[in-house]
Design a protein around this ligand. Structure first.
Ligand code: AMP
Length: 218
């Protein structure tokens, strides 16, 4: 099974993707995570992407489609994939079709997380993760049970994304509205789009996604 999680920044794509990884043994392909790793490692892709990402703008279609193709090549054919943060433009949506077809894969579901944009700014600017295991936290909604200690692995270091500030978040949302939301009709025409209330409790969102994946298409 191959699925796309679609929604503006902060909609909960990453959180839900990690749950699908844990619950179903699927693999999460997050272009954002792969790009952040490239920036950290200072690879040629990372060097090109750094400033664009810091501004909240979109990295070129060639770069992201290239890294998605490479990532898929490293996976067994039967492994289900969750595309998280990709595709984000019409060109990427068409590239993904070609990339999947070349590898004998197809898309089963596109799940859109519907959210209220103003609430998202608060969600995003307050979020941070464990520097060691990646567990997600929030200044208001989910603080560690013991101060400065990760609930999951006990580490004491946390990190925040440099693009999680209000100005950049607004740009990222504008990019989503202008370039990403318009790709939905491509998938609607195929009858594979489902919508989930992304403002609901995280556990409810997980259940709603499970019902879609277990209940057939659309
Ligand atoms: P994300 O972690 O998905 O919010 O992505 C963080 C940043 O990485 C975005 O604001 C973009 O600058 C870049 N990025 C991630 N995925 C893509 C993509 N599919 N196309 C273009 N840029 C991307």
């Amino acid at each position: 099974m191959n699925i796309i999680l679609l929604g503006p920044p902060g909609a909960g794509k990453g959180t839900q993707a990690s749950r699908l990884v844990e619950d179903r043994g699927m693999v999460q392909l997050s272009t954002g995570d792969m790009l952040r790793a490239a920036v950290k490692a200072q690879t040629p892709v990372g060097l090109k992407a750094k400033a664009v990402m810091e501004a909240g703008e979109l990295v070129s279609d060639e770069i992201v489609s290239g890294i998605i193709g490479e990532a898929l090549d490293g996976l067994p054919a039967e492994t289900g994939v969750i595309f998280d943060g990709y595709p984000r433009t019409e060109a990427q949506a068409h590239s993904l079709d070609a990339i999947l077809a070349d590898r004998g894969r197809s898309l089963d579901h596109v799940i859109e997380l519907e959210v209220d944009e103003d609430a998202l700014v608060e969600r995003i600017t307050g979020r941070f993760t464990c520097a060691s295991c990646g567990e997600g936290y929030h200044d208001t909604f989910k603080t560690p049970k013991i101060a400065d200690t990760c609930d999951r692995c006990g580490a004491h270091e946390f990190k925040r994304r440099p693009d999680d500030n209000e100005e950049t978040v607004r740009t990222r949302m504008a990019e989503y509205r202008a370039k990403t939301a318009p790709i939905l009709p491509i998938y609607e025409a195929r009858g594979i789009v489902s919508r989930v209330d992304g403002m609901a409790d995280m556990g409810e969102v997980t259940k709603a996604i499970a019902a879609i994946l277990d209940g057939g298409k659309g």
